[in-house]
Every structure is written in C-alpha cells, then in structure tokens.
Design a binder for this molecule. Sequence first.
Ligand code: RB5
Length: 146
Amino acid sequence: MKIAIGCDHVGIEHKDLVIKHLQEKGIEIEDFGAHSSERTDYPQYGLAVAQAVQNQHADLGLLICGTGVGISLAANKVKGIRAVVCSDPYTAQLSKQHNNTNILAFGSRVVGIELAKMIIDSWLDAEFEGGRHQNRIDQIAAIEEV
Ligand code: RB5
C-alpha cells in the first residue's frame, strides 16, 4: 500500500503527524509537500496527489488544507479522482464502501489530529462494495465527459 499525501501551509503539522501514524502501520508514503509553513496555494498539492493516484503511482491519496475543501476541489478536477472531505469516521467509511473514494481530504482547522487518525483508519479499513454502487460510479465517470 502506497499513499500520496499533500497539504498547504495550514496542514503542515497535521501532515507530519499523519505520515508518522501511517508509517507506524507499515504504509509507504510519498510526500508531495508543502514542506514549510510559508504561505502557499493549495491547488498545486491537490493536483500533484491526484495525478499520483490517477497514474497509479500511489494507491490512494490524502490531502489536508484548512478545511479540506479547496484542496479536494482541485483534486476532483482530475479525471478518475473521487475525493471526499470528511470530518467524521462514518462518512469516511461509507465514502469508500459506496463511492470508492480514492482521495480523503480533511481540514486541519476542523479536526484535531486524533480524530483525523480515526477518520483515516476508518477509510483505509473500509472496502468498496461494488454491485449497484459501481453502476453509480460509472454514471459519475460519464459526467466527466460533459
Ligand atoms: C488557507 O488560508 C485556506 O484557505 C486553505 O487552507 C483552505 O482552507 C481552503 O479551502
């Protein structure tokens, strides 16, 4: 399992703690930045992580900004990306089981680090259920052609 991770300047502290948490679970990480708390713009990190997932360089992606919103909006512009913003473990779990999300985003200004770890673990432990849900994902993919 390899996870691509990215954040803007607001997500730096959470990113470092999340990387440590995932490495302790034996998960390989590729860190696409940011690498300092100097003010930066979130779209580039959303794009970099989304492209790593799209081209299968990574299995899944994690994104962090202040709310998780801006960086996930950027990631969702990349074809084949299904990024979800979560502030609770239940949504994270269902987003994988039903929506086969391939990127999880959260806001460092919204969730504390321990809740963030629970959200991530719920998402990673969940498996896509396929069946009727695949049909709906195919319909989403068709919208990418609009
Ligand atoms: C940066 O101030 C903030 O706008 C960004 O981290 C994120 O919350 C945007 O959605």
